[in-house]
Design a protein around this ligand. Structure first.
Ligand code: AMP
Length: 221
């Protein structure tokens, strides 16, 4: 399956993507994770991306699209992938369509995670990530680690993302509304959008998402 996950910052895209990708046996491709990996490895691409990320802005398409295409061309993505954080504007969606058409492929679904704005701010402000592995995510209130500041999974140090500060979150939300939300209409026109509520327990949201994808598949068959 080829799936795009959309939703505002703090909707839990990364967390859900990790579970869904595992359930569906497809790789989880997050452009945000790819940028952060480049930053921690000190690459030229990471250096270019960092200033945009710290400001809460989108990294320019000229950098992002090539990086995403490279990752989607890896052998593990030949039979499907779950995209998290890409595309993030209509021109990236067009570039993705073009790439898929060239390869004779198409998307199966666009899963839209809905969450109210005040909840988004609460979720992001309390979010803590593990320095060893971005996919080990905690929340100071909703899913606190057993020991404050320490990852339950691997013992790594927990930290707050530079772009999770309140000021940057507001900018990221504005960018989401003005640049990313239009892709939902773009994909609605292709009949691909499946919307679910991202409220509630992580496992409940995953189950809701799996069920929505199953019904969508059945309806298309
Ligand atoms: P995320 O981890 O998905 O929240 O992404 C963190 C930041 O990385 C975003 O706020 C952007 O600055 C940048 N980023 C991630 N994906 C994209 C994308 N598809 N296009 C442009 N910038 C992106």
């Amino acid at each position: 399956m080829r799936i795009v996950l959309v939703g505002p910052p703090g909707a839990g895209k990364g967390t859900q993507a990790a579970f869904l990708a595992k359930n569906l046996s497809i790789p989880h491709i997050s452009t945000g994770d790819l940028f952060r990996a480049n930053i921690s490895q000190g690459t030229e691409l990471g250096r270019k991306a960092k200033a945009f990320m710290d400001a809460g802005d989108l990294v320019p398409d000229a950098i992002t699209v090539g990086m995403a295409k490279d990752r989607m061309s890896q052998p593990d993505a030949a039979n499907g992938f779950l995209l998290d954080g890409f595309p993030r504007n209509v021109s990236q969606a067009e570039a993705l369509d073009e790439m898929l058409t060239t390869e004779g492929m198409k998307l199966d679904a666009v899963l839209d995670l809905e969450v109210p704005e005040d909840e988004v701010v609460k979720r992001i402000a309390g979010r803590r990530l593990c320095r060893n592995e971005d996919k080990h995510v905690f929340h100071v209130t909703y899913s606190p680690p057993k020991t404050e500041g320490v990852c339950d999974v691997c013992g790594g140090e927990l930290y707050q993302r530079d772009d999770d500060s309140e000021e940057t979150v507001r900018r990221r939300l504005e960018v989401y509304h003005t640049q990313t939300e239009p892709i939902i209409d773009y994909y609605k026109a292709q009949g691909l959008v499946v919307t679910i509520s991202a409220l509630g327990k992580v496992t409940d949201v995953t189950e809701r998402a799996m069920e929505a994808l199953r019904s969508d598949r059945a309806a298309q068959a």
